[in-house]
Ligand binder design. Structure first.
Ligand code: MG
Length: 364
């Protein structure tokens, strides 16, 4: 099988409510890129690239350029299964993680479709479903509690809480959520690197007492000494996200010893680099979850297959964000039951695209 063509289609789907995180993060719509890898066998692999200028420095336009001008010409004529060789070529161009990641995901999808197996089976076969959490963005405490109670009613048993701007309010939010949701629900906080080391230690010690399970990126990712200081001062694990963008980052963080959980994001590491990360983490005794890049259904399926396939992805994953979109490109919505994504029993990632919706939301 040979790669014959790589399509990059920009699209825009509005969110139901704007998304805010950390000090500067703000988004009103998914301005993403649909990637389709065509092959001479007739199968087409599909994936989604998620531009995050504030995180990776990529934009929708830069991703189109990177795919059309750099990465597609590199791989035309190659076998889609030769992903190690593909990454050797990709590495001749620095960074551009979600452009590379999306192509990699589409290559695996094409191979799985050609073989007639679902990706969760090809990637390890641990399970065909994945528990997911619900993310609470920063709003007033009563609004956050109300949203959490409503989503628990829809089956969610794990909640990620965005914190970092106002430490006193952050503690009150965790307390209010614990009181209203009960002791059984898993609660963790994501500070998106917004605390100082001393604020992190002081604030997290209070949150531990409220049964916070772990904390994501309390201090700036570059501050390795600070992260280690926080880790030693608290009893709950730190989850790495911004500090573990690449397999090399993961190797460094395992050596440092500050991180106890890793957030894997297939949009930025594809399957090829995500496999390196999950295996390193497992052998170091570090469990993982699938983090969200606010993907639409296509990206969500890609991530869900990976998480379901690997036993070391053992915490509830964050990939429920598709519920916050006004629409999707999928013809068949993702099955979400009692807090689990149930993967479609179809080859590849199982995504069936709705051509009418692609026409409606494409931006070029
Ligand atoms: Mg994060």
């Amino acid at each position: 099988m040979k790669i014959t063509r790589v399509e990059a289609i920009p699209f825009k789907i509005p969110y139901k409510t704007p998304l805010k995180w950390g000090l500067t993060g703000y988004l009103e719509a998914a301005d993403h890129v649909l990637v389709r890898v065509h092959t001479d066998a007739g199968v087409v692999g599909v994936a989604e690239a998620t531009p995050r200028p504030t995180i990776y420095g990529e934009s929708q336009v830069s991703i189109l350029h990177a795919i059309r001008e750099w990465f597609a010409p590199m791989i035309i004529g190659m076998d889609p299964g030769h992903t190690e060789k593909v990454w050797t070529k990709f590495e001749s161009i620095h960074w551009n993680p979600t452009a590379k990641g999306a192509i990699d995901l589409a290559l695996y999808d094409a191979v799985a479709r050609a073989r007639g197996v679902p990706l969760w089976e090809m990637l390890g076969g641990n399970a065909d479903r994945l528990p997911v959490s619900w993310m609470l963005g920063m709003r007033s405490i009563p609004e956050m509690v109300q949203e959490a109670v409503e989503m628990r009613g829809r089956g969610f048993r794990a909640f990620k809480v965005k914190v970092g701007i106002d430490p006193e309010k952050d503690v009150q939010v965790i307390q209010a959520l614990r009181e209203n949701l009960g002791a059984e629900v898993l609660l963790y906080a994501d500070a998106n690197m917004a605390y100082s080391v001393s604020t992190a230690v002081r604030t997290l010690r209070r949150m531990e007492g409220l049964g916070l399970a772990f904390v994501e990126e309390p201090v700036p990712a570059w501050d390795q000494k600070g992260r280690l200081k926080v880790a030693k001062a608290i009893s709950i694990p730190i989850m790495g996200d911004e500090s573990v963008f690449t397999p090399h980052d993961v190797a460094r963080e395992i050596e440092l010893g500050a991180i106890g959980i890793i957030s894997i994001k297939t949009p930025r590491t594809g399957y090829t680099l995500s496999l390196k990360i999950v295996n390193m983490a497992e052998t170091a005794g570090i469990p993982c979850l699938m983090g969200t890049q606010a993907e639409t259904g296509v990206g969500t399926l890609a991530s869900a297959h990976f998480g379901a396939a690997r036993r070391n992805v053992s915490y509830p994953s964050e990939i429920s964000f598709f519920l916050s979109l006004k629409d999707d490109l999928l013809a068949e919505p993702i099955a979400l039951e009692e807090g689990f994504i149930k993967l479609p029993n179809r080859p590849g990632n199982g995504a069936i695209l709705d051509d009418e919706k692609i026409r409606k939301y494409r931006m070029d």
